[in-house]
Write a protein that binds this ligand. Structure first.
Ligand code: SF4
Length: 303
């Protein structure tokens, strides 16, 4: 959402004058042009997102979260990447759709740039180039913004990382994360229920964080009781120490098998039968290079 030239797109609502004649940076560092640091087809997402043709990932620089363990810190924290105008963004989307033949446009951390993405989508739509959108998010979103840009959310690929605001503040600088992420997930579930099979939906990602498996279990309990155990869940073991977390025990290690199993067992106990788990090997450094939101080695929660 914007109020005049001021940005209120994410829950921080920092009201930076990003869109006026003398643009100023927001809390997230975003300015008045979409900045992208990587794009291309990807085959490691959850099966409904990947389909047969792969998912066309576009990684946006800057982020509304400030995670101490971020694997993309050179871009999300420090702002690396290339600024582009709407036509430049449309060119990337056109290449992914027409040359690479991907099944969707996978917008990774898109929130600061939604107005530009919408314009690029309009431009391509007039050319007859259309694909479903995946909104790939930390979960830290405003419902008002999701509603305003719902056409960019055929698939919601939303994290639910914390069940304690104190942890969310300490690890991601987001003091109201739990309420905002739960509201966003609720919106995404309601939105998903109106879609026909294969047209879109919701995948809730549960990243198991070392020393915080109990919060992942609490998130699953909340989803099962307040929303539905029918929600497809992706339980992720891929946490890899990065950035400031390398010197912040217990964040300086991988998730243990015991921690990961406790979350998978809880998901089964709560009745989640629709979703995916990862091999513990997926937390390897090689996969970490692909990006924080990339995942691989998925299989059914209940084989
Ligand atoms: S998206 Fe960035 S600029 Fe906009 S309100 Fe959030 S932190 Fe501020």
């Amino acid at each position: 959402m914007t109020a005049g030239d001021r940005c209120e797109l994410c829950p921080r609502r920092c009201k930076a004058r990003r869109f006026g004649p003398s643009p100023e940076k927001g809390y997230c560092g975003a300015l008045d042009a979409p900045r992208v640091f990587r794009y291309g087809p990807h085959f490691g997402e959850e099966p409904p997102i990947c389909g047969e043709k792969g998912s066309g990932c576009i990684f946006f620089s800057r982020c509304t979260m400030k995670c101490v363990y971020c694997q993309n810190s050179p871009w999300s924290w420090k702002g690396g990447g290339d600024d582009m105008d709407v036509e430049g963004l449309a060119s990337i989307m056109r290449k992914l759709a027409v040359e690479d033949g991907v099944g969707n446009w996978n917008l990774v951390s898109p929130t600061p740039y939604l107005p530009y993405i919408e314009k690029a989508a309009d431009l391509l739509s007039r050319e007859g180039v259309r694909l479903p959108f995946v909104w790939n998010s930390s979960g830290y979103e405003r419902v008002e913004t999701l509603e305003r840009y719902r056409r960019l959310c055929d698939w919601a690929l939303f994290d639910l990382r914390y069940s304690s605001d104190a942890t969310a503040m300490k690890l991601s600088g987001a003091p109201d994360y739990v309420e905002r992420a739960r509201e966003a997930l609720k919106w995404a579930w309601e939105n998903a229920k109106g879609k026909r099979e294969g047209e879109g939906g919701l995948v809730a990602r549960i990243l198991v964080i070392p020393g915080h498996a109990d919060e992942a279990i609490e998130s699953l309990a909340w989803m099962a009781t307040e929303l539905s155990p029918e929600i497809p869940v992706s339980i992720m073991s891929q946490y890899t120490p990065a950035y400031e977390a390398k010197s912040m025990p217990p964040l300086d290690r991988s998730v243990t098998e015991e921690e990961y199993s406790s979350v998978v067992d809880a998901a089964e106990d709560f009745g989640f039968g629709n979703g995916w788990i990862q091999d513990m090997a997926s937390s390897s450094a090689e996969l970490a290079l692909l990006g924080e939101n990339m995942s691989a080695g998925h299989g059914p929660v209940r084989p």
